[in-house]
Design a binder for this molecule. Structure first.
Ligand code: MIC
Ligand code: SF4
Length: 643
């Protein structure tokens, strides 16, 4: 029996466990990446582990999220990360060099290698045949120190692509179609592997758009084969030596096969407020729009920008619309300047932003009240844009550009003939904004620069025998990490200060949560299905930890957030019968009797609702390592105890 592509790479990197779906495995990590919004914490954790130099083949730190710098905080974090990198053997991509996933694909990603990154869109690397996984900062810190990465061996779903995209139908429409089929929780515990004749019609940046937004499926990662198209891309990046051909065996076994005929796809949009709320342009109609934002790690490649420039050429952005464009990297921006496309964008009235996440993470460009904003991004969670009643639609760059001209949502197929957009044979390469670390023998001469906003992370205690605590919050289904720990221009500067950022924890759902949780000293959160979807930010676990949350009980969890809770020493449990969710209310007094021994022995766990006098059976789904971590009180204690 043959192997799927993902299995081949996992097998080559397996250090613990058996490559059997559903069983706990550990894999060796070749590369890591961090970005600045999660990076400061990740490097504080790395420091706490006491490892002198990173042990990976390549570790890169990017500055791309917190680039607004409305106070000293962001700039201090950048300096801190830059100095840590220099000392400990990490490459440092300076602010202005671009969005982590775009730059990593261009300059560092290698087919067949493993990458974990403290950002949920790390699977972008799957576009060139990597196993690239989003993880919490602490897991990335462990990997930098040479530790393995632990996951449950995922099921593998094959998406068989046939046919070829029609003119002006985009790679974005492919992933929106997959989201329509699978939903935002359909990918949990799965790797999505793309195959079939249609793969050969997609360039690397198009593949990367698809694997990037696989994060929105909740998937562990997504991956494309590495083929002649991958070789051509790497060659154009002057990295042909990094190429290896990779594909699944013909007799590989998949858990599910989905077929998508690219020729039949239509332009789609994800409607407010979820990436899986998919409609076709015909269904939505010619809706009037207020704003268009083009960019983000999903759609900011040179190819995307060239299509946008073609559509905007000689036109003017509609008077009622604001159009912003953030090219994904310095390389992209540079090449747009060199080939004249930048001047076309400026001429049309686009507001050119720096190569960074920008509006995607609420760093500026919040729409007007109730404003309708078309964005080429990957997430349209409520409030993420910075405007609570903003109506965000996720679309392709082609649809975004033509709609910006017309002032209403437009089917890009109305543009007419489409030229054959091709990637350049050689990209403009200048890595002058990537600072290499100093040699190991010189590391003592590098001083780590800390700002006053950088506070130590909260530590957790070993698990108590029993937990007796009240319910500090009850929330519904599909709670995102943007609900738990919102981002945006006001809050992101506090990413390295957990006490300060905790004031905003769950503020979107219930502004009184912070004070109530602190007052209760210790508490339990009750959640619905797919709790913690979205970002990898471990702040969504560290803030609740700081506020005394001991356990989170839900109908189900998103993968990265569940791992972050365990890393923080907070116990994630699920209801055996989903209907029991209704038996608990805010402020009820709960008891998890002998939870410690139940976790140690993998014995049944029951929850006693003392207020309602009900006994509720719960489910624990942990690996042996998870159990030990929870008992020790999180990953750092676990690591220290075994050092
Ligand atoms: C996001 O898109 O939500 C982010 C901001 O990139 C996050 C990381 C973070 O919260 O810092 C992610 O996707 O992991
Ligand atoms: Fe940045 Fe947005 Fe991509 Fe997150 S999704 S890494 S905020 S561009």
């Amino acid at each position: 029996m043959g192997y799927t592509l993902a299995e081949k790479i996992l097998k080559d990197h397996l250090v613990e466990g058996e490559l059997k779906r559903g069983s706990a495995i550990a894999i060796r990590i070749d590369q890591t990446l961090t970005q600045d919004a999660t990076g400061t914490m990740a490097y504080l954790e790395f420091e706490a582990m006491g490892v002198k130099r990173v042990k990976t083949e390549k570790s890169v730190a990017y500055i791309d999220h917190n680039t607004l710098q409305s106070g000293f905080e962001n700039a201090d974090d950048h300096r801190f990360i830059g100095s840590i990198c220099k000392k400990h053997g990490i490459y440092f991509s300076r602010p202005g060099n671009g969005i982590c996933h775009q730059v990593h694909l261009e300059r560092f990603g290698i087919p067949g290698k493993t990458l974990i990154g403290s950002d949920s869109h790390t699977p972008t690397g799957g576009g060139i045949g990597m196993i690239a996984i989003g993880a919490g900062g602490m897991d990335v810190a462990v990997a930098m120190g040479g530790g393995a990465y632990h996951i449950v061996c995922p099921e593998i779903v094959k998406v068989e692509l046939t046919g070829k995209l029609s003119p002006w139908v985009s790679a974005k429409d492919v992933i929106l179609e997959v989201l329509r089929i699978l939903s935002v929780k359909g990918g949990v515990g799965k790797i999505i592997e793309y195959a079939g004749e249609g793969v050969k019609t997609l360039s690397v940046p198009e593949r990367a758009t698809i694997t990037n937004m696989g994060a929105e499926l909740g998937a562990t990662t997504s991956i494309f084969p590495s083929d002649e198209i991958t070789r051509a891309f790497l060659k154009a990046q002057k990295r042909e030596a990094d190429y290896t051909p990779l594909q699944a065996d013909a007799d590989a076994v998949y858990d599910r096969v989905i077929t998508i005929n690219l020729s039949k796809l239509k332009p789609l949009a994800a409607c407010p407020h979820s990436p899986d709320n998919i409609k076709s342009v015909d269904e939505i109609g010619n809706m009037k729009i207020d704003q268009v934002c083009i960019g983000s790690c999903t759609n900011s490649s040179l190819l995307d920008m060239m299509k946008v420039a073609y559509i905007l050429k000689g036109k003017t952005v509609h008077p009622d619309v604001s159009l912003s464009i953030a090219p994904g990297s310095k390389q992209v921006l540079n090449m747009l300047a060199e080939n004249g496309a930048l001047s076309i964008l400026i001429d049309a009235g686009a507001r050119i932003l720096e190569s960074a996440c920008g509006p995607c993470i609420g760093m500026g460009q919040s729409p007007n009240s109730k404003g309708i904003s078309l964005r080429t991004f990957n997430r349209n969670f409520e409030g993420r844009s910075g405007t609570k009643d903003g109506q965000i639609y996720l679309v392709s760059p082609e649809m975004a550009a033509i709609s910006a001209i017309n002032g209403y949502l437009t089917d890009p197929r109305e543009i007419g003939d489409m030229p054959d957009f091709k990637l350049p044979e050689v990209f403009t390469i200048n890595d002058n904004m990537i600072v290499p670390p100093v040699a190991e023998e010189d590391m003592d001469s590098v001083e780590v620069l800390r700002g006053p906003n950088i506070k130590p992370f909260p530590t957790s205690e070993p698990l108590d025998n029993s937990i007796v605590a009240g319910v500090s919050l009850k929330v519904g289904d599909n709670i995102t990490t943007d609900h738990i720990m919102p981002a945006g221009a006001k809050i992101l500067p506090l990413r390295s200060n957990i006490p300060a950022i905790s004031k905003f924890c769950f503020a979107v759902c219930d502004e009184s949560f912070h004070d109530r949780a602190l007052e209760m000293k210790q508490s339990i959160i009750i959640g619905g299905a797919n709790y913690g979807q979205g970002s990898s930010r471990e702040h969504a676990a560290l803030a609740p930890l700081y506020l005394g949350v001991k356990a989170v009980i839900t109908k189900s969890f998103a993968r990265i957030h569940k791992a972050n809770l365990i890393n923080a020493g907070i116990v994630p449990l699920t209801f055996q019968n989903e209907a029991d969710y209704d038996l608990i209310d805010l402020q009820d007094e709960l008891e998890l009797t002998n939870i410690k021994s139940a976790i140690r022995e993998n014995a049944p766990i029951v929850l006693l609702n003392k207020t309602k006098n009900k006994v509720i059976p719960l489910v624990q789904e942990f690996s042996d390592r998870d159990r030990e971590m929870l008992i020790d009180g999180g990953l750092l204690n676990f690591t220290k105890n075994r050092a």
